[in-house]
Design a protein around this ligand. Sequence first.
Ligand code: ACM
Length: 692
Amino acid sequence: MGRILLRSMAIVLVTSFIGCNQSIESKNLSIQADGSEPSYQNLMPVPASIELQEGKFYLDDSFQVAVEGNPDKRLYRAIGRTIKRLSGRTGLFLPQVFFNPDEKPSDPNMHVYVEKAAHIQFGMEEAYQLKISDSGISLKAETDVGAIRGLETFLQLLDADTSGYFLPALTIDDAPRFPWRGLLMDACRHFMPVDVIKRNLDGMAAVKLNVLHWHLTEDQGFRVESKTYPKLHELGSDGFYYTHEQIREVVAYAADRGIRVIPEFDLPGHATSWLVAYPELASAPGPYTIERKWGIMQPTFNPAIEETYTFLDAFFKEMTALFPDEYVHIGGDENKGVHWDSNDQIQAFKKRMGFSDNGDLQNYFNQRLLTSLKSYGKKMIGWDEILHEDMPKDIVLQSWRGREAMITAAQRGYRSLLSNGYYIDLHQPTDYHYLNDPLPADSPLNEKEQSLILGGEATMWAEFVTPEIVDSRIWPRTAAIAERFWSDRSVQDLDDMYRRMKITSFRLEELGLTHERNYPMMLRRLTGNRDIVPLKTLVDVLESVKVYSRNRQRVHYSYTPLTRVIDAARPDAEVARLFRQNVDRFLNQGGSDPSLASEINQHLISWSGNHAKLSTIIDASPILHEIRPMSEALSAVADLGLESMELIQSRGEVGVSWIEQSTGILEKAGKPVAQTELAILSAIEALVKYLK
Ligand code: ACM
């Protein structure tokens, strides 16, 4: 819980964003052939420059790709996957799925030119140019990773008309705004099998993310095999860990998609699972058992004994050989030093070393880890707590407690990433994350300091996700965050973002992501395989309580099932968002537009009658009993909405008792039920308020 409480500090309001005309970069975005309407097509992220032209390239069975330049086999595999996805979408019998460097197509329609294969590392070149005309396609890039980014753009451009599948004629010149665009996946709170990681790597590549930050050790589980210290995974994982072979498989899979893999070994706190096996390295006497609750826990490595450093050095020796990326994440977050304060030997050590506080002591610990990592040729990244004046400038800080930490780091000459504002585990709406720019127009940083901001990472902490629902918390919102990291700052149109995100979401399904398809499956389970329509009508407008409220309302454990209504409900409920939008538009236009009124009323009528239909299903399905008050609330507020709509349209008057009664209904419906909230409530409130 403590961890959960502290993490709520990570939420700050986005205070500013800018309109296109204030952008410092001027980019050639979205000019149509006739110079009219801007259009980003269905692209997400929006490229740096698009020029639309007249014409279409129609795809048929003769489609063939030729490769030129000096790539290695990675590019051939990427083109093979692209052709497979194209054939899957179109039903065309495209012959090049097993794309082979030795086969030279006789009459290619697409030419891919790449100068060289990239090293998969920080700062790798990712730019590309894609040209499509009615007679052919060319994709050019310095590196194969650039071409891999361009292939995703190419796939996003596929469209159809009565003549068949086509791509619009255009020229795209594209490159990322930030070099570090990541997704953190926590495989500890709930273990995420290799297939889950792989399908999410595919999703990341589709939206041009380039770092998988793999959170591998926690109080609740030690998730990587250690051959040096096998007791770590044997005693600390409940049997759920990645073998070396699996790690190599994931790293290779990611590299094939131009994605770096950065392991996080969270130290010195968040360490219970290590200390289950090695209690002698702890700051307080053991024994320890794997933690089953959520929150900030106290078990911490003892920084005052040499055995800790000998142990971690040997551990890093093994792990740095397993993970090829230059960076290793040492965590460093949320060590409150409670066990340090209660250990006399640690207190004596602190005094002897002249440390004034636990910050100094933790910095000593971090410096020792840094020495080890450097000896294995690695660089260090850690959460913003590791910032200390004694740290060398080549570390990277990941700012999570507030964007202030990122700013301070840059002002002191450190490179950093922003994760504050991208905590996708907190069920916040997409637009909140989307408008959270690492470098807004009013950033206090000067140009040199701005160049130290490397990008950002979305964080998928896993207290409340299992393999069954994790995709629905990552996608599609992370596609919008990926756009924030890739595209120009001026790309900020929320309606267009939501439009493109919906298309992207559906296309992510072809990669095996389960965010759409598991929803009806979960509803079927909840109803005991009865008709899911009434339950879907309700859950479509429910969202989880936000930020860290869930664990406060009801304590959860690592074994608590995540199969309830709250777990089926999706963040940023689309039906509710569109309804709110319609109500806003209706009221802004004076409450008289008949077609908007009819659309609003249709929803309200369906919700009004929904409880009568859902009630018998709830009766028959005990897992749904907890949601009954919410089902009643939906119908009650819908009735209130219908009444309000009628009064607004007939310009009726309302009296004090009507207002009192309405306020009572709204207040009752505003209380979370089974840790869910009614996402249409603000729209009904707006209707009622209009009448007051
Ligand atoms: C964190 O969320 N404790 C980095």
